[in-house]
Design a protein around this ligand. Structure first.
Ligand code: T1G
Length: 692
């Protein structure tokens, strides 16, 4: 075995040369890897005894893509394109041996090999779209030639990985290897190629699949339609479609050149910069300064959920999905049956869409046990309380859990606002108590706020972070304060939205401005969806707020066909002249002077106080870092990834400008706009919230 460089070895075994890359953690295509790859290929080619070359990776995965940390820096030769050309034009067959995840540039490397062998657990994909770019090393040109335009569009636009069995069926992989015996299988495959004198198959020369798509613009129209909603506001996806279209219409070399041009232009743009920042921010969130990665976690083999309502049911599904059995508790047989029924129906709906087999639905339901007596949770390793948002009730639940839960069990509350330390004090084991704040719908939204109380044990926090990952969520550790990070920052936005409509903007103006900014929904459409009567009661309602008036008028949101908006049968929203009149009357009664309000003011009034609240949260240490706040807003509230989160966005505007605007608003509108001392300090120092 010869070392080509620090990350590349070449081993010759008879007629087979094996190039082995070993660049932890994920064999990303750094300058060293590119150098090693080219050096090893040259050596293998120069060796006359070598008749075939196997390319394999050490560690957990085949190449997982370009090195994202190198993006935005001046590129250093040798460039990836050169390495790819060397592979594809090698005079001896190159077999890529794939395990783990062959993603992005890694998959593109494999597509320049003449043949591919993979273990069944391997995954393939082109996730570039998630980083705001398009594949830049031939992915949009070679993949359509290999699997056809429709499938390639789906792989590239979804950014989602596909498994080895699909890869085999689609012809991406030529042979499957036994798990753990990849090198042997790839070598055997290479020997067969030598024996058969097999041709050097270059994907670039395949034409049948792209010929079939020529003259069929409807294929591209369908892709555009399928992804338009998902990518509203994003730039890269249209370029991806254009590039695949080039694969059909242009010669290979030209298609490749244009692909690279578009990829580089996107990479230099603001959207990709924000999306790359989010990639690293999400991984950073799992790192807690005073909790080492070696901190022992507690095994979680059985979960208990208290409350089988919408939240409890959604929470339970997360664990059932990954094979962790759940016992779910309700107060009455009727409520329990209803809760279980809804979970089953959710799964059956997924099965109907073809995303789950009925056998899998049954398996998940078999892992779910309903219970009416708290003692059924005595063996759970983790209990999550999801009852009404009421402190007395929660304390009562925790006192009872304390009496029955096994030692070391983690006791979690799904509260959205309440003081975890006060809840923990209802037990004799506050070290085992923390908050696990799921976002509705709990089985869908990726965010999990992990609320660390004053006495929460490190092992409990580490376990929660690990568990978040296991159920496919992004866990963010936050401190105890009213509304934690997400809802605490939502509050000033909602407050300003309500003030704006009294001052003269319409609810639809406010919603439109925020939707144009990139949020999935404006505050008033959101209120209508959630129900205006959440926390409202007829008995105490006194027409004192706009919300009380609307509720008393029977306008309680979508479910009543009317809220801020009017709704038709299909729940399409229409602006309501009646609501405009109600708002006008209410403003008059309150003595609020009305005026025309520009879109720019609406946006600044809604967003800047959020940033200011984020600064307060940071100052108080309730978030560990500004990027954690951004991860919360991206994954819990649909903040557009291409704007990188509110704190990243503040940096992009400039903290001096944010502060100046807050001061201007304060002078005109009062102390709701008092700048946070941290914002003042940072603006004065020319500092930034995040490193990007
Ligand atoms: N570049 C740099 N660092 C990377 C990286 C990459 N591509 N992928 C992962 N890391 C780091 C990550 O930050 C973390 O570091 C550690 O590796 C483990 O990651 C030309 C231009 C491979 C499925 O988008 O999807 O190719 O936090 O915690 O859950 O067309 O990482 O430990 O310091 O996520 O086991 C396309 C991105 C690039 C793949 C592994 N490729 N990576 O998941 O571990 S664009 C991607 C992933 C491109 C070409 C274009 C995942 C993973 P640290 P992890 P994991």
């Amino acid at each position: 075995m010869t070392a080509i460089n620090a990350v590349t070895d070449l081993a010759i075994d008879g007629e087979i040369a094996t190039i082995r890359l070993d660049s932890p953690p994920v064999n990303a295509l750094s300058v060293e890897v590119r150098e090693g790859l080219i050096g090893a290929l040259n050596a293998a080619e120069a060796n006359a005894g070598v008749k075939a070359i196997v390319l394999i990776c050490a560690g957990r995965t085949f190449i997982a893509g370009a090195d994202i940390a190198e993006f935005g820096k001046p590129p250093r030769p040798p460039f990836l394109a050169e390495a790819l050309e060397r592979i594809e034009n090698a005079g001896k067959p190159v077999v890529a041996a794939i395990h783990g995840t062959a993603l992005g540039g890694g998959f593109e490397v494999a597509l320049t090999a003449h043949y591919r062998v993979a273990v069944p657990s391997a995954k393939f994909g082109l996730p570039e779209i998630k980083l705001g770019i398009i594949p830049g090393a031939g992915g949009t040109q070679r993949l359509p030639r290999l699997i056809g335009v429709e499938k390639a569009l789906d792989v590239i636009l979804s950014g989602a990985p596909f498994g080895a069995r699909d890869a085999k069926e689609w012809g991406v992989v030529d042979a499957l290897a036994e798990e753990g015996r990849l090198h042997e299988a790839a070598s055997a495959f290479a020997r067969e190629l030598i024996a058969a004198n097999a041709p050097l198959r270059k994907i670039r020369d395949l034409t049948a699949k792209i010929d079939a798509a020529r003259g069929h613009p409807e294929i591209f129209a369908a892709a555009r339609q399928a992804y338009a909603r998902k990518y509203r506001g994003f730039e890269a996806w249209e370029k991806a479609i254009a590039s695949v279209s080039n694969a059909v219409d242009l010669p290979f070399e030209e298609g490749i050149a244009r692909e690279r041009e578009m990829c580089l232009a996107l990479m230099a743009g603001a959207q990709s910069k924000a999306q790359r920042y989010v990639f690293f921010a999400e991984r950073q969130a799992a790192k807690i300064p005073d909790i080492p990665a070696s901190e022992a976690t507690r095994p979680v083999r059985a979960v208990g959920v208290v409350g089988a309502g919408t939240m409890g049911g959604g929470i339970a599904m997360n664990f059932l999905n990954v094979g962790i059995p759940v016992t779910i508790l309700e107060a009455s047989r009727e409520a329990l049956d209803r809760g279980l029924q809804i979970i089953r129906r959710n799964y059956e709906n997924t099965a109907r869409k073809g995303r789950l087999t009925m056998a899998e639905v049954d398996r998940r339901m078999a892992d779910l046990t309903g219970a009416l007596d708290l003692s059924a949770l005595a063996d759970a390793d983790l209990v999550i309380e999801a009852v009404f948002e009421n402190m007395a009730l929660k304390k009562d639940v925790f006192a009872k859990l304390d009496a029955i839960a096994r030692p070391g069990a983690i006791l979690a509350s799904n509260t959205s606002y309440l003081d975890i330390d006060e809840i923990a004090a209802a037990t004799k084991r506050p070290e085992d108590v923390l908050g696990l704040h799921f976002f509705s719908p709990a089985n869908v939204m990726r965010l999990l706020e992990i609320v660390r109380g004053a006495k929460t044990a490190k092992s409990a926090v580490a376990t929660a972070l690990q568990l978040a990952r296991a159920i496919g969520k992004v866990g963010v550790v936050v401190g105890v304060c009213h509304g934690f990070v997400g809802n605490r920052m939502l509050a000033p936005r909602q407050r300003e939205a309500m003030k704006l409509i009294l001052e003269g903007a319409t609810p639809w103006d406010v919603d439109r401005v925020l939707v144009e900014f990139g949020l999935p929904m404006g505050p008033f459409a959101m209120s209508d969806l959630a129900g205006l009567d959440v926390g409202w009661s007829k008995a105490t309602s006194a027409r004192a707020t706009l919300r009380e008036i609307l509720c008393e008028e029977g306008r309680r949101g979508q479910k009543t066909g009317a809220g801020f908006y009017d709704y038709d049968e299909a729940r399409n929203a229409r602006p309501s002249p009646l609501v405009e009149a109600i708002i006008r009357d209410f403003a008059l009664a309150k003595g609020v002077e009305r005026r025309a309000i520009a879109d720019a003011e609406i946006l600044a009034r809604c967003i800047y106080p959020m940033i200011n609240e984020g600064a307060r949260i940071l100052d108080e240490g309730k978030a560990l870092r500004a990027s954690d706040i951004d991860v919360v807003w991206i994954n819990g509230y649909g903040w557009p990834t291409y704007r990188g989160g509110p704190m990243f966005y503040a940096d992009a505007i400039g903290l001096g400008r944010v502060l100046a605007k807050m001061q201007e608003f304060r002078a005109a509108l009062g102390d709701d706009f008092t700048p946070s001392p941290l914002l003042e300090r940072m603006a004065r120092d020319g500092a930034r919230f995040v490193n990007s």
